[in-house]
Unconditional design. Structure first.
Length: 69
């Protein structure tokens, strides 16, 4: 599911195949690493956009926003 609002876009990513059949602490660690990898990819565009993510049950909610002034 994707929604847009002015200079923002929100993407709900589900199902999370990267952690399929993984439970507990290992699942959380893998999701944290996954988010950091994608955040690093966006860092090359840091001047132009921001990326954040949060885990909500069995989905990741990504928020991408325009950083233009």
């Amino acid at each position: 599911k994707t929604t847009t609002n002015n200079k923002n876009i929100t993407i709900n990513q589900s199902p999370l195949r990267i952690v399929r059949d993984i439970k507990g602490v290992e699942r959380n660690i893998i999701l944290e690493i996954w988010v950091e990898l994608w955040t690093g990819c966006v860092m090359s565009h840091r001047r132009f956009m921001n990326l954040s993510a949060k885990v909500h049950y069995d989905e990741l909610i990504w928020s991408l926003s325009d950083n233009a002034e």
